[in-house]
Design a protein around this ligand. Structure first.
Ligand SMILES: NC(=O)c1ccc[n+]([C@@H]2O[C@H](COP(=O)([O-])OP(=O)(O)OC[C@H]3O[C@@H](n4cnc5c(N)ncnc54)[C@H](O)[C@@H]3O)[C@@H](O)[C@H]2O)c1
Length: 248
């Protein structure tokens, strides 16, 4: 698998962990296609600027990954344009936090749609072409919260735990087709998502991390990249934690 021939699709690539994943694959010369759904294109353009410096072929699209039909159309076009997708990284995610007592139906639905249904949408849209090629890597980004829970995040925890069950099942279904399906589970990572947290919540998280520091997006990107490499050819259906020891 020569990197220069790989086409890598990353959801939520405009910033944070998604941007780091785009840049990690770009360093090896892969073609980078990412989606985002920010209100404006500022962050996406910044990512495109960084990718431009590495001089790889790129495509970025503002697209709501929770829409089944939009995702289906998008992947049809990608396969038409580039023949195949070698790696799919399901990274897009949101939080809509509230205590269950106060959580609205909308907060529940939005979080499940963006974090979990998107994984179904993109995986389903890409699998036919991967099956045809008898090769492919699908990596989804869950969260430690999906494993241990977190007050105010019952919707987020459910969506992220759902990704793990989905992955283990699809890994079994696709194992004979040359496709591996895995989950990377970040702990507490330095991005806009966590910068928004109240200081007290951040301190509480930090106190529980044996390595005593927050993780960096690059540290997640490196694990995703490795799972998509030849070195990880016999790994499927696995849940890989990258969290400084926060959960063991
Ligand atoms: N930051 C952390 O500490 C942390 C910890 C565990 C898991 N995660 C997970 O890692 C992933 C990335 O998190 P981040 O911190 O980089 O977040 P971020 O808020 O910095 O970026 C989120 C990305 O998702 C995209 N996105 C949001 N809704 C979308 C939609 N409907 N359609 C398409 N794209 C959409 C945004 O445009 C953006 O590109 C998420 O799935 C998140 O749940 C993050």
């Amino acid at each position: 698998m020569s990197e220069s021939k790989r086409t890598v699709v990353i959801t939520g690539g405009s910033k944070g962990i998604g941007r780091a994943i785009c840049l990690r694959f770009a360093r090896e010369g892969a073609r980078i296609i990412f989606m985002h759904y920010d209100p404006d294109d500022l962050a996406a353009n910044e990512t495109l600027g960084l990718l431009d410096k590495v001089n790889v072929e790129t495509k970025a699209e503002k697209l709501d990954v929770s829409s089944f039909s939009a995702v289906e159309e998008f992947f049809k076009q990608v396969v038409k344009d580039f023949q195949r997708v070698d790696v799919l990284v399901n990274n897009a995610g949101i939080t809509r936090d509230a205590f269950l007592m106060r959580m609205s139906e909308d907060q529940w639905d939005q979080t499940l749609q963006v974090n979990l249904k998107s994984v179904f949408n993109c995986t389903k849209a890409v699998m036919r072409s991967m099956i045809k090629e008898r090769s492919g890597r699908i990596i989804s980004i869950s969260s430690v919260v999906g494993q241990i829970g977190n007050i105010g995040q019952s919707n987020y925890a459910a969506s992220k735990a759902g990704i793990m069950g989905f992955t283990k099942t699809v890994a079994r279904e696709l194992a004979g087709r040359g496709i591996t399906v895995n989950v990377v589970v970040p702990g507490f990572i330095n991005t806009e998502m966590t910068q928004r947290l109240p200081v007290k919540a951040k301190e509480a998280f930090l106190a529980q991390i044996p390595m005593g520091r927050i993780g960096e997006p690059d540290e997640i990107a490196e694990t995703v990249y490795w799972l998509a490499s030849e070195g990880a050819s016999y790994i499927t259906g696995q849940v890989i934690h990258v969290n400084g020891g926060l959960y063991m």
